[in-house]
Design a protein around this ligand. Structure first.
Ligand code: MN
Length: 425
């Protein structure tokens, strides 16, 4: 079904951040074709590839747009984060197309795999949406207008059914004006990568290393590739797919695998590396099945079976309820508990109360999970906890890495480790 242009909804993103001129050239070009919503990193994120943020919360700010009518979100995260947030939660309703760019700098050859611009388009394609990554092979005096014009002409054609959806395109333009461009070529990805060179330096305090992307591995790209097109002052349009598996090696590896399994089965036992060398394994090797650490502004949410029992336990240890949250449906009940500089976040969900009613018959939630809490008052807290008579590791110990720590078991099976950082031995 052809698109009615004004009904088209386009998500625009990039990896150069919200202040990148190319973003606004693209927004301007696409605005005539329908509704444009921008979701971009709040700062430059070039070269982060497909990275997504899993270890701390992501903040989003809706910011005043530089173009009227274009809703704009600045995301404290990667290009992939920006697309995931936009498609999963910020944008309600259907999205017809995702455009990533216009990027300052080429995304050619195998280097495309580290490109935040292409990765953002990939996130859309993973979700069954058509996506275009568009870049200019220029880092200074970047000619954005030819790329903007290209979007304006190409997008309606593509969306009116010129190609099957969903499609994924990697478009690169040479550093040329429209008059100087010598052609438009549908290309394949060149087997060219910019080799990372490591420059060593010293800033007086400590030596450092700096990755510099300067040296292509091949000087003569083959005809028909994206790199060749750009060198010939042509626009390169590369249709992409995601399948990275390589049939060419499959047979050879198939010949290896049966023997490999024989070898694995022939090994009686594999000693732990430290034991084999007469040493001592770091204690965390055996213990930590899963560790939650508070990371950059995040307090891990601990799910518990019985919040009442949990609260009673922590009140005994001198924690106070700092904040409480109950949702309307009564499905979620969360509390923040504080003591000194320590914050813990416990949540009970309705579905767990069935277990609670049967007297915690099933395995406690937190078994095998250590919660690490850093404090500068570990000795005082240890004494105060000990005085309450709660079950705890009997002594305050100095660990492998020089930290002083002790642990208490909470009623949910979490092992709470209070530690004070030390000097590594
Ligand atoms: Mn970039």
């Amino acid at each position: 079904m052809p698109y009615t242009m004004l009904a088209m909804r386009i998500l625009l993103t990039n990896d150069d951040g919200i202040y990148a001129p190319g973003l606004w050239y693209a927004a301007h070009a696409l605005r005539d074709l329908g509704e444009v919503i921008i979701s971009v990193p709040d700062r430059e994120q070039s070269g982060v590839g497909t990275a997504i943020t899993l270890h701390h919360p992501i903040r989003v700010n809706e910011v005043p747009s530089f173009l009227p009518g274009v809703t704009t979100y600045a995301v404290e995260g990667t290009p992939s984060d920006a697309v995931i947030l936009a498609l999963e939660t910020l944008m309600e309703g259907d999205v017809d197309l995702v455009v990533s760019g216009i990027n300052q700098g080429a995304n050619l050859g195998w280097d495309m795999l580290i490109s935040g611009t292409v990765a953002a388009a990939l996130q859309a394609y993973f979700r069954g949406l058509s996506a275009i990554a568009i870049s200019i092979a220029a880092l200074t005096d970047v000619p954005y207008k030819p790329a903007a014009l290209l979007l304006k002409s190409l997008v309606p054609q593509l969306m009116e059914g010129a190609v099957a959806r969903p499609f994924l395109l990697n478009i690169n333009l040479p550093k040329k004006s429209v008059e100087e461009i010598e052609g438009i070529e549908v290309t394949r990805t060149a087997k060219v990568v910019y080799m990372d060179q490591v420059q060593e330096g010293d800033d007086i305090r400590r030596p450092y290393y700096w990755i510099a992307r300067t040296r292509p591995n091949s000087e003569t790209p083959l005809e028909g590739t994206d790199v060749a097109a750009i060198r010939n002052n042509r626009i390169s349009i590369t249709p992409l797919q995601i399948d990275l598996s390589f049939e060419g090696h499959a047979a050879e590896f198939q010949a290896v695998t049966p023997e490999l399994l024989e070898k694995l089965k022939g090994v009686a036992t594999l000693p732990d590396p430290w034991v084999a060398e007469g040493g001592e394994a770091p204690p965390w090797m055996a213990r930590r099945t899963r560790t939650l650490r508070p990371l950059r502004g995040a307090t891990p949410r601990l799910i518990c079976d019985g919040l009442e029992a949990t609260l009673a336990f922590y009140e005994r240890l001198g924690f106070k309820v700092d904040h409480e949250y109950k949702d309307k449906e009564g499905q979620r009940w969360e509390v923040l508990l504080r003591r000194d500089s320590v914050t813990l976040r416990y949540a009970r969900r309705e579905k767990y109360t069935a277990a609670a009613a049967t007297g915690f018959k099933r395995k406690a939630r937190g078994v095998g999970v250590d919660i690490y809490v850093t404090t500068l008052n570990v000795e005082r807290i240890f004494d105060e906890f000990k005085a309450t008579g709660v079950p705890m590791d009997p002594e305050l110990t100095t660990t492998y890495s020089g930290a002083k720590e002790f642990a208490v078991m909470d009623p949910n099976g979490y092992r709470l480790v209070f530690g004070q950082p030390g000097t590594p031995r």
